[in-house]
Design a protein. Sequence first.
Length: 322
Amino acid sequence: MRDNSSATVPVRPVIPSPTSSGAGSPHGAASPAGIWWGLLGVVAFSLTVPFTRLAVEGLSPLFIGSARAVVAAVLAAAALLLTRQRLPRGVQWLRLAVVAGGVVVGFPMLTSFALTAAPASHGAVVIALLPAATATMAVLRGRERPRAAFWIATGAGAIAAVAFASAQPGGFGQLHGTDLLFFGAVLAAAVGYAEGGLLARELGAWQTISWALVLASPLMTALVAFSVSQQPPAATPVQWAALAYLGVVSMFLGFVAWYRGLAIGPMSQVSQVQLAQPVMSICWAAVLLGEQLTWAVIVGGLAVILCAGAAVRVRHNRRAAP
């Protein structure tokens, strides 16, 4: 890794934004490349809740939330060293701290603790609000200007996703303490997604998540050590495999695809493909954890996916807010 020789030399964006490069469709809709990269990230993330639920049956939530970040940080540091990436500059470090706080520390830790008492399908309920939260952060932070039709499709998708997930065993029914943890996780992830999507245009997608992981690694390593001292980990091979997935895929490879999709953007629209995540997560929970899957799940899932498709196809205002 080497530092930049001058902090004043302008740097061409690694992934140009839609407004600066003309990316996206001729009609101002989201770029197909951005959608496909985002969808690849969502597929990777869809196994996060079921595998976390599986891992907490044998490992402490503090150990899971921190160890997965340490595993990913080792991979990230190796990738940065092998490719001799330049160090981020100035305010980019502060922005990376925001990304790390949201997606490396906040979301993993909060969901790990919440899933000690809630089934995977319940976690998918609140996480269904994440696309709308990310779109809101993209507007506030990225100065995107989606049209009214986008917000209508996004709101319909959020309502459909929550209604779909709530109808499953372990759905909302009654709010309890774990829901506050899930809501906090959604907010943390939305902030981390929006800032990471913008930063990926400057540093690159895999570089952004890699630097965020490296930045958070001292804290997460200390938390791993503390967790082990309090409760030495003892788990089955399946539970260790679930933790390995969380570290390698959910915490690293999935973010490479996700941040690239958000960077290609527009973020507010690409983020809507995540409406499909609760559908996928509940299906995975049925397959891996034996949670109930009915025809209502299948029909509701299709409705959610249709809403997501409508949101990403809405034309996007080309001019950003001043």
